[in-house]
Design a protein around this ligand. Structure first.
Ligand code: BES
Ligand code: MN
Ligand code: ZN
Length: 491
């Protein structure tokens, strides 16, 4: 599918479906729209009154124009109230239109959307992202690859001539989001530590990144006892992935993105029981997926910031050589951990990944992890939890969330709750009491970052959408890629 830009007048446009975006309580047909209504024998007016279209946010109506008309269908999409207009409104409206065009099997789609904030670049980028993300269909595991596939071939953005750079950037970002979705959606018998490392190598090769994959022996030498404790029950080798993007010249900032990379989480000997969603635990590498998706996008966008992309990848399995509940592990910073629950494995793998990253001497680290069910209980399926002791970094990430439309909410890192992780025999336990479980998980991670400003995002909710939700779902969302790209490009 290709996005095209044109300054063709609305009245002259020809194609399968023409979509017009309108604000709430401002659906009067004046100017160009009045002429268009006339051209199509009053169909716009009819559509608005008969369907009671008031322009409510994300509402859509459509009608077929007469058989041999140059436009086959008219779609109206609501933008909500003008006062509440955000760039995200455009992204979602474009997604809503995309979904209709897909159902109607349109090939050529035209969009007549207003500018947000008088900013054609941000507007074109958001529209191009929204429509492509909504149209994406993952048929890799279907015997019929055409099943339910979108037939949209061309999307024309009317009034956006000259915005090629914005479309390029949208395409680069979307390629990263789609990669992340594919990685999350791929089942654990297809996406393993080995194939995930191969994917990272492919990204490095395609887009000119440096790559280092640490094998088990390398991790042993570095003393990564927490990561390797989780990995020891698997028949598959663990892989520690480190991709680096270096700009030409002196970098403005040096950043790291660290992702939890559990290609499957059975829970270990504290095995996940019935109703625990064990069959969905292929998604437990959503942090690593966002990390690699961001790497793919950033390598194409080429900002003047150095970025490290890191993931300690393994599966959490059971076998005769599995960790026993109660085992004591030593992480690569020398701290000892009593594993009172083998299902709190993500924080163990992240502990060594964070110690490694902290030693790189960078300006900031953001980790993303499908870390706790408790975060989902607190914030639901759509909103990630942000945990950081650093207000400046929190501000940067909150801004990136607002720009990208990827929702998050800052949670407290209540130091007192660390008491729940005190161990009588080791430096700490890996699991505290059930109340505040996402906070103690974040406090656990904090023990492994000494020198670098750090923020943690618990993405256990938004990594997956059960139903259609804006430009996401049903299925893997690719949450985090757009947020991370926005963060890296900021300042
Ligand atoms: N991968 C899970 C968290 C998770 C839950 C992700 C639901 C996505 C959806 C994590 O490893 C886990 O098992 N966490 C436990 C921690 C508990 C043992 C302290 C949890 O949340 O129940
Ligand atoms: Mn677990
Ligand atoms: Zn997990």
């Amino acid at each position: 599918m290709a996005i095209q830009l044109s300054d063709q007048p609305l009245l002259e446009w020809a194609g399968d479906s023409l979509a017009i975006a309108l604000f709430e309580d401002a659906v009067e047909l004046t100017g160009e729209l009045a002429s268009l209504d006339e051209k199509f024998a009053g169909i716009l007016k009819e559509l608005i009154t008969e369907e009671e279209f008031t322009g409510k946010v994300n509402s859509t109506v459509f009608a077929r124009v007469s058989a041999n008309s140059p436009v086959r269908k008219i779609i109206l999409v609501g933008l909500g109230k003008n006062e509440a207009f955000k760039v995200e409104t455009l992204r979602r409206a474009a997604a809503a239109v995309g979904r209709i065009a897909k159902k109607q099997k349109s090939k050529v789609l035209g969009l007549s959307f207003p500018l947000w904030n008088n900013d054609p670049t941000a507007s074109a980028q958001a529209i191009a992202e929204g429509v492509q993300l909504a149209l994406y269909q993952d048929n890799r595991f279907k015997s019929d690859p055409e099943e339910k596939a979108s037939q949209v071939e061309t999307v024309e953005l009317l009034g956006f001539a000259g915005q090629e750079a914005a479309i390029n950037k949208a395409n680069q970002i979307v390629s990263g989001v789609i990669l992340a979705r594919q990685l999350v959606a791929a089942p654990a018998n297809s996406l393993t530590p080995i194939t995930l490392a191969e994917t990272a190598e492919q990204i490095a090769k395609d887009h000119g990144l440096q790559i280092q994959i640490l094998e088990q022996e390398d991790c042993e030498k570095l003393g990564m006892g927490a990561f390797l404790g989780v990995a020891q029950a698997s028949d598959l080798p663990p892989k520690f992935i480190h991709l680096t993007y270096k700009p030409e010249g002196t970098p403005k900032r040096k950043l790291a993105i660290v992702g939890k990379g559990l290609t499957f989480d059975s829970g270990g000997l504290n095995i996940k029981g019935a109703g625990s969603g064990i069959e969905t635990m292929k998604i437990d590498m959503g942090g690593a997926a966002a990390t690699l998706g961001a790497a793919k996008a950033i390598a194409q966008i080429k900002p003047d910031t150095e970025v490290h992309f890191i993931s300690a990848v393994t599966e959490n399995m059971i076998s005769g050589h599995a960790m026993h509940p109660g085992d004591i592990l030593t992480a690569s910073n020398g701290k000892t951990i009593e594993v009172n629950n083998t299902d709190a494995e993500g924080r163990l793998t992240l502990a060594d990944a964070l110690v490694y990253t902290d030693k790189l001497g960078l300006d900031a680290i953001v980790d993303l992890a499908t870390l706790t069910g408790a975060n989902v209980i607190a914030l639901g399926d759509d909103i990630a939890g942000l945990y950081t002791p650093d207000d400046a970094l929190a501000g940067q990430i909150e801004q990136a969330a607002a720009d990208s439309g990827e929702k998050l909410w800052r949670m407290p890192l209540e130091e007192k709750y660390f008491e729940g992780l005190k161990s009588g025999i080791a430096d700490m336990k890996n699991t505290g009491p059930r109340p505040g479980g996402s906070i103690t998980a974040a406090l656990f991670l904090k023990q492994f970052v000494k020198d670098t400003p750090w923020a943690h995002l618990d993405i256990a909710g938004p990594v997956w959408a059960d139903k259609e939700n804006g430009y996401n779902g049903p299925g893997a969302t690719g949450y985090g890629v757009r947020l991370l790209v926005d963060w890296v490009l900021s300042e």
